[in-house]
Ligand binder design. Structure first.
Ligand SMILES: C[S@@+](CC[C@H](N)C(=O)[O-])C[C@H]1O[C@@H](n2cnc3c(N)ncnc32)[C@H](O)[C@@H]1O
Length: 371
């Protein structure tokens, strides 16, 4: 049993939570050795889950059963219990005895009524109980929990999962990706978008086994993790519609790799954001006390901007280096594309990235004629 005395209180949102004093402060995915683990760099990730859950509770008339499935200190679940308004309850689960002890201590301090601690293997719990929201926030890959989450989610419920096996999803370890996700990955300037689409494709296939379809609501990649909020819809027609979004692509189709001919996939090539829901989630920001409020505002804005854009993007620096010219300013690209009537949007995947329906030839001409 951990020394439950060796803790300090940190505050996220409007909730004080006890975490162990040796908590990590560096950026990164974290390590399995720190149990119960707390990663301060995941605050934005947790803040967004407050907003998505508030949206879920606001849009349902019955009691929403919410599960923080891999809870560690319990910070996400305790925050959800304390910071959401409306009709809901929260189960906070972790199989570690140390984590369970800390979660219970945190719950005693908070005095919240609508929340329980649980000390089970998440896969067992999800074989026996169902929830409207399931949060899967593992060390590394979420693949080991997706099958159970699909079985344990109510119709139209939301599964939120984090993946910190970024290198694998980004094509650094193709064999691992093939084993883990059943997908041929690809290391390239657009690896973060491919990685996210690998993850979504995997979840889609896991759901389809049970005649369920998926709708990605808010999905993104950051420097050290991927995160996906996915609504699950029961029924063969939803499952069929979803699998229609699974495709393989050839690297020849991607702008930077004319010589390579690798088959990539299967990838989810459907939408990765729901624009309306992003707008609604963003309006909830003003009613919440969140430390990352300003960053989240800009971030949701960016996700909304690219919500309707096609898959994959160009980057000014990679294209310029292929053409052996200096990269044009982003403003120049947007001005020219819009002048010619093309769609153009920024992308959260890269600060020098842009999405457009203009042809490669049109884009090259713009690059070559920049002033
Ligand atoms: C990355 S930590 C969770 C961090 C937490 N969600 C947060 O926001 O701070 C992953 C946790 O999953 C727990 N875990 C791993 N496998 C599990 C399983 N099969 N069932 C339940 N808990 C598990 C570990 O004990 C660990 O505390």
């Amino acid at each position: 049993m951990s020394d439950i005395q060796n803790v300090e209180c940190i505050t996220e949102g409007k909730t004080g939570v006890l975490v162990f004093k040796d908590k990590l402060t560096k950026k990164g995915p974290g390590s399995k050795n720190k149990v119960p683990f707390y990663n301060p760099t995941m605050e934005l990730n947790r803040d967004l889950s407050i907003l998505v859950n508030q949206w879920l509770v606001n849009n349902n008339e019955k009691t929403m059963h919410i599960l923080d499935g891999l809870a560690a200190s319990g910070i996400r679940g305790i925050r959800l219990a304390n910071e959401l308004e409306g009709d809901f309850d929260v189960t906070i689960n972790d199989w570690s005895e140390d984590a369970y002890a800390l979660i219970k201590k945190n719950l005693e301090r908070c005095g919240l009524k609508n929340v329980v601690a649980s000390n089970r293997n998440l896969n067992t719990l999800l074989s026996e109980e169902r929830f409207h929201y399931i949060d899967v926030d593992p060390f590394g890959s979420p693949v080991y929990f997706i099958d159970s989450a699909i079985r344990g989610i109510y119709n139209n419920g939301i599964i939120a999962c984090t993946a910190t096996d970024t290198a694998t999803l980004c094509g650094v370890y193709p064999k691992v990706c093939l084993r883990r996700y059943g997908v041929q990955s690809f290391h390239s300037p657009i690896m973060h978008e491919i990685g996210l689409r690998i993850l979504l494709g995997f979840i889609c296939r896991e759901a389809a086994k049970y005649d369920k379809g998926i709708e990605p609501l808010v999905c993104y990649s950051t420097d050290h993790y991927f995160r996906a909020y996915i609504q699950v819809k029961n029924g063969i027609s939803y499952a069929n519609e979803s699998v229609d979004n699974l495709k393989r692509i050839n690297s020849k189709e991607l702008f930077f790799s004319s010589k390579q001919t690798t088959e990539i996939g299967p990838l989810w090539l459907g939408k990765i954001q729901n624009k309306n829901i992003i707008e609604e989630v963003r309006t909830l920001l003003s009613g919440k006390q969140l430390n990352t409020k300003n960053i989240l505002w800009g971030f949701l804005d960016l996700l909304e901007e690219e919500a309707d854009a096609s898959a994959f993007f160009y980057t000014t620096d990679d294209l310029a280096s292929l053409l052996k010219i200096s990269p044009p300013k982003m403003e120049y690209i947007f001005e020219k594309l819009k002048e010619k009537g093309y769609d153009a949007s920024r992308t959260h995947f890269s600060p020098t990235g842009f999405k457009t329906n203009a042809s490669r030839d049109e884009i090259e001409t713009m690059f070559k004629h920049q002033k």
